[in-house]
Design a protein around this ligand. Structure first.
Ligand code: KMH
Ligand code: ZN
Length: 283
């Protein structure tokens, strides 16, 4: 495998993705959907070892929304209550418009997700055509938002190369990717696929990996053994073990931090993560 000095650093960046756009609050009561629930989750997850929070928000009926005022309030509240890096989702829900997804950046987050291609998403399609990817990336550079490149499939890695060739390095100067594995329609969540994707990444890029559903643990172990970082949370996994629902996002972060400790790459703290990812200090 390609040697990657940043990914081989001595600590593990843990991102929590606590909510997502798909899980149903009625079915999963532990899902944080209100601002108070999200703030409490951020605090608990920071204490458990997270340094980045990947945020989707919900409306008063717990449905996914990209309402800009609500997003701004969320960024402010998370900054007040934690030192986590606040990464807003620009993926939203499969039903969100490109304009609304672009406007997410106006909420002023530290970072954002930026998916590098269209992918089948269960019975739906998560649309990310080239023109949108390019516009979104250009806007992150204008506004000084650090993107995390979300890669659901190997073809997305090719598009990431094209994007960097076309528009240059991201704000902050460092390329960080997240391999989102095990989505029905995307790449498999297993060690062989992870290694293939990591080998194709741009030189010098760091990466984390996320295993959706039952691929969560295999992907955690594969990522740790390959020198990568971790994303966990109820956006991706609602079962802690077979037949045992997740009780809180913090328990997923705690488990990731314990495994990172065992791998002798303990959890990176938020200040260190800011430097690592090229996210500036807060004003
Ligand atoms: N909810 C998915 C359709 C992202 O946050 O950038 C897209 C998603 C990716 O969750
Ligand atoms: Zn997301």
């Amino acid at each position: 495998m390609t040697t990657n000095p940043r990914a081989g650093s001595g600590t593990t960046l843990i991102t929590v993705a606590p909510t997502g756009a798909e899980a149903d609050k009625g079915r999963y009561p532990a899902l944080p959907v209100t601002l108070d629930e999200l703030v409490a989750t951020a605090r608990e997850c920071e204490a458990a070892g997270a340094s980045v929070i990947h945020v989707h928000i919900r409306d008063g009926d717990a449905r996914p929304t990209l309402d800009l005022a609500r997003l701004k309030d969320t960024v402010a509240a998370l900054r007040e209550s934690s030192t986590l890096i606040v990464q807003l989702s620009t993926g939203g829900a499969v039903t969100d418009s490109f304009d609304d997804r672009l406007a997410v950046l106006d909420a002023g987050p530290d970072g954002c997700s930026l998916t590098c291609g269209t992918v089948n998403f269960g019975d739906d399609v998560f649309m990310n055509p080239w023109g949108f990817i390019r516009d979104l990336y250009a806007r992150t550079k204008e506004l000084g938002v650090v993107p995390e490149f979300e890669l659901f499939d190997l073809g997305h890695v090719a598009t990431l190369h094209r994007l960097l060739d076309d528009l240059g390095e991201p704000h902050g100067g460092h390329v960080h990717c997240d391999l989102v594995m095990g989505v029905p329609g995307g790449m498999n969540g297993d060690a062989a696929t992870l290694v293939a994707a990591v080998e194709a990444l741009p030189a010098g890029a760091s990466w984390s990996a996320t295993g959706v559903g039952r691929t969560s643990l295999p992907v955690v172990f594969a990522a740790l053994s390959a020198g990568g970082h971790l994303r966990v949370g109820m956006e991706d996994t609602t079962s802690y073990a077979r037949g045992r629902p997740v009780v809180s996002n913090a328990e997923l972060v705690q488990r990731a931090a314990t495994l990172a400790d065992l791998a002798q790459r303990p959890a990176m703290r938020p200040g260190q993560a800011r430097e690592y990812l090229g996210v500036g200090d807060r004003n």
